[in-house]
Design a protein around this ligand. Structure first.
Ligand code: BDR
Ligand code: CA
Length: 311
């Protein structure tokens, strides 16, 4: 299995990403979860990460708290999508499993130094603050990263927090610039692809029909999460953004994309946080990312259901 660290700000879709990773031990070995501020402030994201591990019956997973604010900006949160707790929907008890003492950034640095070079994959599905801080503090770890598979950005789809920016990149564009400019191999699950992974009745009912606690919770989280997209955009369901990043590690055949250059706008008057994706190669800038655009949505939801059934 590929060794991974999930860097996350749960978030209902983050929670599903964690469950998917825990349901696929043949393909991915979860070394730890690093929480970052994003959808909600850090005290809630680190707590939510532990709630999800306990739900999966895995209180042994190491959860670390990381950065509580972006590199240079004030934190922007998304309670309007995820609710006050970040995991609104079903009522969940407080977790009893411990939070690790070490800072998430130290865990990322130490893990990349300890494990053999090229064997650890980072899976950031929130703002990129923890990853960028680790890269700035310990540049020696950058060439040791196997791959960064992140959820963030938008190009053919419009933004979801401003007209031109996707939430994770918008919250900490300077951090995104560090990551995209690092030279490490980056695979990007942007809104261009996650907006093709929409829930619908049949897909949510398949989770509920599992009859297990994780299956029921995923259905209830999705019910909550959907209401925003339904009310705001009139769409049938909600995109399950973050699990796309984990699914890529289990079933890359479900996706397709192109190696292109991606730059992050950090100074735009209206476009701060935009991922400028050079799909047609008109800039002459060297490719620095694999930009995913297509997904087999049926296959993706079948994979989710099958793996959540194992928990
Ligand atoms: C991203 O923002 C968050 O609200 C979601 O968890 C996802 O990571 C989508 O723009
Ligand atoms: Ca997220």
């Amino acid at each position: 299995p590929r060794k991974i660290i999930i860097d996350t700000d749960p978030g209902q879709d983050d929670a599903v990403a964690i469950l998917l990773a825990l349901g696929g031990p043949e393909e991915v070995e979860l070394l730890g979860i690093t929480a970052v501020a994003g959808n909600v402030p850090l005290p809630l994201t680190q707590k939510n990460a532990r709630i999800v591990c306990e739900l999966a019956g895995r209180p042994d997973v190491k959860v670390f708290a990381g950065c509580e604010a972006p590199l240079k900006r004030k934190l922007v949160t998304a309670e309007h999508v995820h609710g006050k707790t970040g995991l609104d929907g079903p009522v969940m008890a407080d977790p009893t499993m411990p939070l690790q003492d070490r800072h998430a950034v130290d865990f990322i640095i130490e893990t990349l130094r300890q494990e053999p070079e090229g064997t650890v994959t980072l899976v950031p599905v929130g703002p990129l603050t923890n990853i960028a801080t680790a890269f700035q503090r310990a540049p020696d770890i950058i060439p040791r990263v196997q791959e960064i598979v992140l959820m963030g950005g938008a190009y053919f789809e419009v933004g979801n927090i401003t007209p031109s920016a996707e939430f994770n990149i918008y919250v900490d564009p300077e951090a995104a610039q560090v990551v995209f400019g690092s030279g490490a191999p980056v695979t990007v699950m942007s809104l261009d692809v996650t907006h093709k992974a929409l829930t619908n009745r049949a897909r949510v009912e398949a989770f509920r029909a599992l009859g297990t606690a994780p299956g029921r919770m995923v259905a209830e989280w999705t019910d909550f999460f959907e209401r925003f997209d339904k009310e705001k955009y009139g769409s049938e369901g909600a995109p399950l953004h973050d699990p796309c990043a984990v699914a890529w590690l289990i079933r890359p055949d479900l996706f397709s994309g192109r190696r292109i250059n991606v730059e992050i706008e950090t100074e735009g008057r209206f476009t701060t946080g935009m991922t400028v994706a050079d799909w047609w190669g008109v800039s002459g800038r060297a490719p620095n990312a694999l930009w995913i655009r297509e997904i087999d949505a049926e296959g993706f939801f079948a994979l989710l259901t099958e793996r959540i059934a194992r928990l």
